[in-house]
Write a protein that binds this ligand. Structure first.
Ligand SMILES: N[C@@H](CCC(=O)N[C@@H](CS)C(=O)NCC(=O)O)C(=O)O
Length: 238
């Protein structure tokens, strides 16, 4: 059973850290694209965890995150004595800990490609991230289409087309849902908010991602959030 602690006190934070099992520290579901990735992967693969949500853009956000990780960013995974920060490190740790669940594709070529596109997402697409930031509740069709964001949309379309046709059998990027789909789920959210229309096969992929139970649950919980992140809202494109 997954429990959520919202905006924890230090006592709760330390108690959560001592809990056996896994605790994932995340930001607001509406905004925190990096948190979405491991949360969706863990939920999709039935990996049990306790969730602790730290609200972004509050006067004490920095201190609250610092209770868990000196990195100062979410997501953070607490696994017994271990602290693992950074979404990709968390996903790799989970894939290693739960080999039978096949979080990465089983085929070696597919797995190499999946790792490559996640690394490209992790290190790149700065234009899309800056100009079309994730805001699940918002509907801003046509906004944020700077040249940099448009170039990123083009490159992402190319990646998705290649994965779906070479490995995906037109289902998820590598057939079965994998870390790669969890990694691109926040991009699907951005395309939905900013009304990005793609080729029909890619639109259909976006629909499948949104309908996946783990993604659908994140979206529902994001829509139910009442808290806002003022700096994130102020940075939305005109
Ligand atoms: N490379 C990191 C990026 C994490 C990141 O930038 N997280 C943002 C939230 S989505 C954050 O913690 N920001 C701190 C803040 O807003 O105070 C990862 O992959 O986990």
């Amino acid at each position: 059973m997954q429990t959520t602690i919202l905006d924890p006190s230090l006592t709760q934070a330390l108690a959560a850290a001592r809990e056996p099992g896994l605790t994932l520290i995340i930001g607001n579901k509406n905004y925190s694209s990096w948190s979405m990735r491991p949360w969706v992967a863990m939920t999709a693969f039935g990996i049990p965890f306790q969730e602790v949500r730290v609200l972004l853009d509050q006067h004490d956000t920095v201190n609250k995150i610092a209770e868990y990780s000196a990195c100062g960013r979410v997501p953070v995974l607490l696994a017994g004595e271990m602290t693992i920060w950074d979404s990709l490190a968390i996903c790799e740790y989970l894939a290693e800990q739960f080999p039978d669940k096949h979080l990465w594709p089983q085929d070696v070529a597919a797995r190499a490609m999946a790792r490559s596109i996640c690394a490209e997402m992790h290190a790149g697409f700065a234009g899309l991230r800056r100009d079309m930031s994730m805001h699940i509740k918002a509907s801003l069709p046509g906004r944020g289409r700077t040249a940099a964001a448009q170039a990123d949309i083009g490159r992402i379309s190319e990646i998705w087309e290649e994965c779906l046709s070479r490995f995906g059998h037109h289902q998820f990027l590598f057939g079965d849902f994998s870390i790669a789909d969890a990694y691109f789920a926040p991009v699907v959210m951005r395309f939905r908010t900013y009304g990005v229309t793609l080729a029909p096969a890619l639109n259909a992929y976006c629909e499948r991602v949104q309908a996946h139970p783990a993604v659908a649950r994140w979206i529902a919980e994001a829509l139910a959030e009442t808290e806002t992140a003022p700096k994130h809202d102020a940075a939305l494109p005109d």
